[in-house]
Design a protein around this ligand. Sequence first.
Ligand code: DC
Length: 230
Amino acid sequence: MIVTIDGPSGAGKSSVSRELARRLGFRFLDTGAMYRAIALAVMQQGVDWQDRADVEAIASAARLELTDDQVLLNGRDVSHKIRRPEVTAAIHHVADNPYIRGLMVDLQQRLASCGATVTEGRDQGTVAFPQAECKIFLTASALERARRRVADLQARGLHAELDDVLAQQAERDHRDMTRAVGRLMQTEEMIELVTDGLTPEEVVDRLEEIVRARMAELHLAPAKQLPTET
Ligand code: DC
């Protein structure tokens, strides 16, 4: 079974999707981390973003390994480095590149073919796994998302002004929703979950309910056990 969770930046997708996968015993794919790792690889090589052929060559040579809580780039743990603001600022060069998106989608499909998977990103239910059994669109208001981003940066010892974060977020939303390939899109079949005012645990509870209901519908899990007669 494939569960896709798409939505804009700051909706809290990664942490709740990871926890959802853990509860279900599914594999977890953080596809944003893949784009981040490729951006970091290019930055580490000091290649100019305008040198498209070089950027694409680095992307195809990069060896990405994803465990449930680590991202390895060519054998090195880059889980923290890929979250740095300078990587976030450069990522659009990678995410807007159709060739690199193709490489990432291939990798996502290969990883998910190994078993039941929860995957989160922008294009998971539309491009990577259009056949997914359960598609969710996770979102929150712009202000709530920006507040969460500020708190998240603060927790990592980084200072950010709310207004700046709001402006950067609006730019990222626009890019995510208008890129030529793999744009963020909410389709009719996606179940929308708006997370304003919900704690992460409440969001995971709700997600788990949605997925388990879908599994029961598809007979992928045993239906609720009937009380045995005495
Ligand atoms: O979810 P995130 O912030 O870690 O994602 C990082 C960037 O990668 C974000 O700007 C959008 C892009 N991305 C994408 O284009 N497609 C995905 N499936 C996942 C992320």
